[in-house]
Design a protein around this ligand. Sequence first.
Ligand code: BGC
Length: 385
Amino acid sequence: MNFPKSFLFGSATSAYQTEGQSNLTDWHDWEFVPGHIIDGSNSMVAADSWNKWQDDIKILKETHQNAYRFSIEWAKIEPSEGNFDQSAIDHYKEILIELKKQNITALVTLHHFTNPAWLGKIGGFANPKSIMYFTRYATKIIKELGDLAELWTTFNETKVLIMKGNLQTEWFPGKFNPWRAFKMYKNMIKAHNSAYIAIKKLGHYEVGIVQNISAYVVKKPNFFNNILVKIARYFDTTIFIKPTAKHMDFLGVNYYMKFELQTKAPFLSHPNTLKNDYGWSINQEGLYQVIMENTRWGKPIYITENGVADEKDLIRPDFIKQALENIDQAITDGAPVKGYFYWSLLDNFEFASGYTMKFGLATIDRQIRPSAFVYRDLIDKLISK
Ligand code: BGC
């Protein structure tokens, strides 16, 4: 395999899904409404990483990972508008210092789906004031913590947040509202670009954005199917990345799905029958495709998420192995892939699905699953080469 010596082998989490004590976020009231979370659970404890973050770092070390992607909860940093909580900032500082001590590269996400409740109340990113608020928050964090992490990203998956909250309505705020979706789309682009510019004025920080990118192929090659696939790629990927492409030092790619398309029913299908616990079909070769398609931005690429809900841990070992094989092929073919973060380090609160989906290399009780050791052995093999 062709992995460079500096390649990052890690896993990812997000604050809201793992930390607990999420009462200051805009999801808090929403998740307590019966019917919103499939198993009637809430995120108030989650994996308790707010208290158990040292255990999380231990798992990273035990499984020989050299990188960790996690997010900062804006709601904890700025619990009311304009008031920053120094103790919350210091909490993340402690984590970053420990990661450095342990030689684990940190990739930190500033926004992984949740807003402070006060911002949610005035419309979240549908409100144009969010651009200024987000830039101010990003600036504050970089001034305080910028030198402690190697890589920073603004948003996680703007597309998914916009779609699930306003078009599919299974996430907060859960009302079908295409106009609100459009306003969020515009404002999140502006917020990213504005935060990027502000951060770059503070120093030589590496700043990217993370997007969810699916692989699209034709069911049968013909003129109309080919056009359909081009349209799908445009609306899935291009419209989300292009407006930020001049303001990113790298692209974070979250890959989960591959679709076959055709112009007659069923318009959309999945090429494989092997499915995860969600029912999503597994097609790791799509990872190669999305990497190659996204070399067009001319930026380094990190696979910031790629994971499988697999409680029995039967699919995960091959899933990880195949991810690394596809990345290896992409690197061989010239793609500048710099790291891979499995989703997720831990089982966690999976938004509307509560605790029903188990993506973790380890359980919430920090029991490390056998697949994590398969990952460890692959890392050892690839790093020692
Ligand atoms: C999100 C994660 C989520 C994962 C699995 C990704 O789109 O970034 O927060 O847990 O999908 O559903």
